[in-house]
Design a protein around this ligand. Sequence first.
Ligand code: BGC
Length: 392
Amino acid sequence: MKKKVLSMVLAASMVAAALVGCGGGEAAPAATSEPAAEAPAADDAAAPADDAAEAPAADDAAAPAATGKKVGVSMPTKDLQRWNQDGANMQQQLEAAGYEVDLQYASNDEATQVSQIENMINGGCSVLVIAAIEANSLSTVLEGAKSAGIPVIAYDRLIMNTDAINYYATFDNYKVGATQAQYIIDTLDLDNAAGPFNMEVTAGDPGDNNAPFFYNGAMETLQPYIDAGKIVIPSGQVEFATVGTPKWSTETAQSRMENILSSNYADGTKLDICLCSNDSTSLGVQNALAANYTGDYPIVTGQDCDIANVKNMIAGKQSMSVFKDTRTLAAQVVKMVGQILNGEEVEVNDTTTYDNGTGVIPSFLCEPVFADANNYKELLIDSGYYTEADLQ
Ligand code: BGC
């Protein structure tokens, strides 16, 4: 009952988010924000029925300055599904806007990413769009970009401790974690239920600046219930430093969870909640549960709506995920690229949250959206993100 109400509320907010698209309008208006009416591009691309291949937004926003310019797009790895989608969307939308694209994947290897970025700088790129593997590893190479006058957009993950970053485009990372926590609160009716419910926490890569935002968004939302004794953590592993998962590895998350299960749940203790920051770590936790836990299946959270995880949501092995439409983020970044190259004011909607150690980086935060087995069709299939066949 409670769950149904939640789904309806979330479905309504999902539709609202889809209508307003990336410029969700919730973030604090920035000094440099343009009126929404002048910035239809990203909104258009975010509309649920749009096919990524159409990319109407980028065309409109970036056309005048595009011809002949090369944009370097540096992605962390092909191993995780989302970055393949991010890279493909960026390439397709940039090319549709008339840019040449140098798209590179760095196999989750920091030195490879540095050398790929060096090549982009030396190869005549006019703008760099970078999703960093490790937040602190790019300062030196980006000094080169700065001296060459090449603007840099941090894509999805903030790049730390360098003043060579001009803009940051991402999803509201804190809200991702808060959405996971709210699902737990609503599903277990924590405002009324006495508990205690047993929870274990699996967070992201300590080298990824997003990971503490996801963790804090979830844990701060759950803290009143932990303080009230309604949620307890039998392993005692709760600090971010303890629950983090280097490189977001499925295998690492799995082996850590196996240890937790054998040390704390082998005697039949019930596990009610597995708070997992994203889908790759969630998969590891689900594998550990499948092999080592026979009690009632817990709530298991995630983020990204990767295909394997959506299949598991349908199969009841993962309770929810958070959908971050990579088409929307790509459209926003393509728009930023055009505004930069045109010498126009660059649209941002947050100028307070993301300090990279050299000052706050003007940011554009897109809206993350709740997903579960009840709304995935509308969210993922009707919007053209996946086909039915993808999820078979
Ligand atoms: C992204 C997540 C992703 C994770 C692992 C984070 O920086 O924001 O969407 O799940 O990296 O790739």
